[in-house]
Ligand binder design. Structure first.
Ligand SMILES: *Cc1c(COP(=O)(O)O)cnc(C)c1O
Length: 379
């Protein structure tokens, strides 16, 4: 490398200093980082096409989406909120937005920012959406066209009961949009069986890949509506992506190729680990270890029992302690957790993510440091 100094100057700033238990971006598998270093080439070359098609196939299997089309967006996950709305809901149309935390609120903002109307079903932090409430809200608002659900609310560490909620949405014959950004790769998704219309995730969460790639499975019904939708724009035109999958084996504009190679590596790692069940079992075990660990310290978990997230835990700090102090002190010890996030809980909580590349030993080490930090801060 002729300009190694240039590399070193940047490396000094961004070099890894912490063990990550973040909400995303998360630590990546070394195999992922390795493949992302390869020299670039044209995204219309046959080598890219091979990886593109293989990634679609592997994602389709992972999400159990035989009846859906897999779409790769050169963007972060939020773009799919906008795409869902713009491709299916006419201007002024109504969407029932369920809110159990900050990311449910974001979906509402996206609906409204695009000139559509949001009807909300909102819960206090730590609670999950209940199927009977959703049923009632849909009975009261028969004119909504779609329902949005945050599968895993990253701000509160709550996993919504998606299969039960999806059933209610189908009974009312509405479109179902699922924000699975912090769930995809860490919690099960059965696209066909649950009758989802659009479910999206981001590379930088439970897949453990750098940011810049969004992934979704989209139903035939969405494409039928989208084909006739006016003013859906170009960049987020879902039928256009479907067409490019089929004809060009690629995306309409240039995709983040390194991230797609990285994701493909992760999907192969999952297969080599024994498949989806093994992989999701690992996530369940990681999060359980964290919940048990913090409870042993006398701390409580924000999520109501039975709805705990497999990818992130929001921990309530004792009276008189600040979540941010826990975050900062752990950082001094070389562990990056996540700060509390969202109205009313920012100060009172901190969060421990268990997404991406980490070992069970890393979790134990983090927990024993956390135990000491909590004791220190009590004094
Ligand atoms: C991180 C996150 C988002 C935002 O994803 P981006 O990739 O940053 O756009 C949305 N929803 C949830 C549940 C998240 O955890």
């Amino acid at each position: 490398m002729q300009f190694e100094d240039a590399y070193k100057e940047v490396y000094e700033i961004v070099k890894p200093k912490y063990k990550l238990f973040t909400a995303g971006p998360v630590a990546c598998f070394p195999e992922v980082l390795e493949i992302m270093k390869v020299q670039m080439f044209s995204h219309r070359a046959k080598e890219y096409k091979e990886i593109h098609v293989d990634t679609l196939k592997r994602l389709s299997d992972f999400l159990e989406a035989k009846n859906g089309e897999i779409i790769l967006f050169p963007s972060s996950g939020t773009a799919f909120m906008e795409a869902a709305v713009r491709n299916t809901i006419p201007r002024g149309g109504k969407v029932l937005v369920t809110i159990i935390g900050a990311f449910g609120k974001r979906f509402k903002e996206v609906v409204e920012a695009n000139g559509r109307k949001a009807i909300t079903l909102e819960y206090e932090p730590g609670k999950a959406v209940k199927p009977e409430d959703l049923d009632e809200a849909l009975k009261k608002n028969p004119d909504v066209e779609a329902v949005t659900i945050t599968y895993n609310e990253t701000s509160t560490g709550v996993l919504n009961p998606l299969p039960e909620l999806a059933k209610v949405v189908k009974e009312h014959d509405k479109l179902l949009f699922v924000d699975a950004v912090s769930a995809m790769g860490g919690a099960d998704i059965k696209f066909d069986e649950w009758g989802i219309d659009l479910v999206f995730g981001s590379s930088q969460k439970a897949f453990g890949v750098p940011p810049g790639l969004a992934v979704a499975a989209v139903s035939e019904r969405v494409f039928e509506i989208a084909e006739k939708m006016e003013e859906k724009g170009w960049y987020l035109d879902l039928p256009l992506y479907k067409k490019f999958n089929a004809t060009k084996k690629g995306t309409p504009s240039t995709p983040p190729m390194p991230q797609i190679f990285g994701l493909n590596v992760v999907l192969r790692i999952i297969e080599k680990m024994g498949g989806k069940e093994e992989w999701l079992g690992m996530y369940a075990k990681r999060s359980q270890m964290i919940r048990e660990g913090v409870k042993e310290m006398g701390l409580s978990v924000l999520a109501e029992p039975g709805y705990e997230s497999p990818t992130i835990t929001a921990v309530v700090v004792p009276e008189g302690m600040k979540g941010e102090d826990v975050y900062n002190t752990m950082r001094e010890r070389g562990f990056e957790l996540a700060k509390g996030y969202g109205a009313g809980i920012k100060e009172k909580t901190f969060r421990i993510g268990n997404m991406g590349y980490m070992t069970f030993e890393d979790i134990q080490e983090m927990l024993s440091n956390l135990r000491e930090v909590i004791e220190e801060l009590k004094d």
